[in-house]
Design a protein around this ligand. Sequence first.
Ligand SMILES: C[S@@+](CC[C@H](N)C(=O)[O-])C[C@H]1O[C@@H](n2cnc3c(N)ncnc32)[C@H](O)[C@@H]1O
Length: 284
Amino acid sequence: MSSDIEALVLIDTRIDAADRAGLRGRWEFGRAMLAARDGAGRLPNGFLAELVVRTGKSRAELGHRARFAARYPTEQELAHAVSEFGSWREVVAALAIAPDAGADPGPIPAGRFATIVADPPWTFTNTATRAAAQRHYPTMTLEEIAGLDVAQHAADKAHAYLWVPSALLPDGLQVLAAWGFEYRAVITWVKPQLGLGNYFRSTTELALFGVRGGMRTRDRSLPTHFTAPRGRHSAKPAEFQELVMRASPGPYLELFARCSGLADCTCSRCRLGWAVWGNEALSA
Ligand SMILES: C[S@@+](CC[C@H](N)C(=O)[O-])C[C@H]1O[C@@H](n2cnc3c(N)ncnc32)[C@H](O)[C@@H]1O
């Protein structure tokens, strides 16, 4: 571990303005961080904390460097990034919203899960909304989402929570049925801030709740809504995961999750030990 740290500190000293906004140096630094991960995709204990002390950079900055290297894994892709971005600030902004587009998510984790949560990359028919979603990640058609073999990964008695944009509610009901769940209720995320909208300004998001094998909720006193502020684009808040865990038993599987595998990651795998799958959950 210490030789890895020394190598990273050396790279850090070479990052300066002469290197087109410091992009190459940060990319090399990020690559070295990724190479220091163990077989499960995690950095050794204390590694990041020591790097913060030795370089004087924040955890967030070091995390951005690793994500930058993961997003642009080859020299050719780095060259593309250098031509595309004018500053490190722009890269950081793009990393916060853009996906590892086109990455193969691999198979859904093996096992039969008692609770499955999914936040699919729906395709919108509304052009403006579609453009907005597709700037952030590749989208899937209704047929592709419904065609995922989710039923095979659900326990005989199971719950599903399926996030669906209100404009696509009928599609959500179709997907829930295709995955082998009977629709039972809508969970509403209430957001204190006004959002966008074609008819009404959006302040809510909806998750369809479905049941397989007639399984009841663990706690019958739970409300059908929770309140939490908006996070980064399309991120679902911790309050949702907490509600799910109060209502439904494990093991838990989150489909279309985002996991960086880094120490500052707050995804359901890193925070709660859920199984995760998605093309931005590649370290899982
Ligand atoms: C709506 S976002 C999910 C955001 C997530 N709920 C969160 O809290 O961060 C949909 C995710 O599905 C991913 N995705 C898109 N196409 C995919 C595919 N074919 N297979 C797996 N994941 C895909 C996107 O890259 C994006 O990460």
